[in-house]
Design a protein around this ligand. Sequence first.
Ligand SMILES: C[S@@+](CC[C@H](N)C(=O)[O-])C[C@H]1O[C@@H](n2cnc3c(N)ncnc32)[C@H](O)[C@@H]1O
Length: 267
Amino acid sequence: MMVHMDRSIHDIVNMPRGGPDASWLDRRLQTDRLEYLDRDDDDDLKNKVIQALDRHERRRFFGAQKVCAQMALGEVTDIAAPKILELGCGFGGLSRKLLENHPTAEVTVTDIAPTFVAAVAASDLGSHPRATVREMDATAIDAPDAYYDLAVFALSLHHLPPERAAQVIAEGTRAANKLLIIDLLRPPALVNLVVVAGALPFTGLVPLLHDGVISTLRAYSRSALRALAQYADPAITVEFLTRPLGPTAMVAGRARQTGDPRRDREP
Ligand SMILES: C[S@@+](CC[C@H](N)C(=O)[O-])C[C@H]1O[C@@H](n2cnc3c(N)ncnc32)[C@H](O)[C@@H]1O
């Protein structure tokens, strides 16, 4: 089914996080408030949040790093020694898992935040023979076209406003054959309202919860992700990995990949 989308800059800048077709309530469940992770005025707080997030995602059961690594490696099963670019790596937990779980993958581990990159470079990843640690902005990837087999941006896209998020999709699909975006699920508006209302009183006590509530309000829906990709370049195709619960996972590419029965094809 063809869906008409207006590609004007005005529309994308003002697009609700719930997408062009978001309901009245969904349009109200979003915020421009910055997460501690987005602020440059308190490195201590920022480090505390990323450390807590890293610990949380490292959990043995239902830990996001394991799930994200499985999804990422599932996209390169046909390549013997895949070149993978991780954008927005935080403390590098996902890259570490990718290297652990794939014996020959080469991983470029990057983030826009110099303090995070320095921490990752000082960790085991800094001397790993198959890892390269670099500072990089996901909206301006420093690599030739199709240099990587896969670029992955995990739990990070919601930090960017729509115009920059579209730039990530344009850049990721230029520098890599496939771009895997994994991000928080945007729940149906009523569920979102209940979750946010329940968590709000405690956001002053737990920094990770503060950022979690803002993240939920800023998460993009599937429809928003499709609109971002369409705005980035109408030639970009997107497919969503079928996961009834858990994060939203979208694979974007420029008509280079073949179909995969595990995916739920979107119109
Ligand atoms: C919520 S953290 C997620 C970190 C890591 N991916 C994880 O799952 O633990 C978001 C990360 O995105 C990074 N980030 C934000 N904007 C970015 C950009 N334009 N380019 C690259 N990284 C960015 C932040 O510095 C931060 O490390």
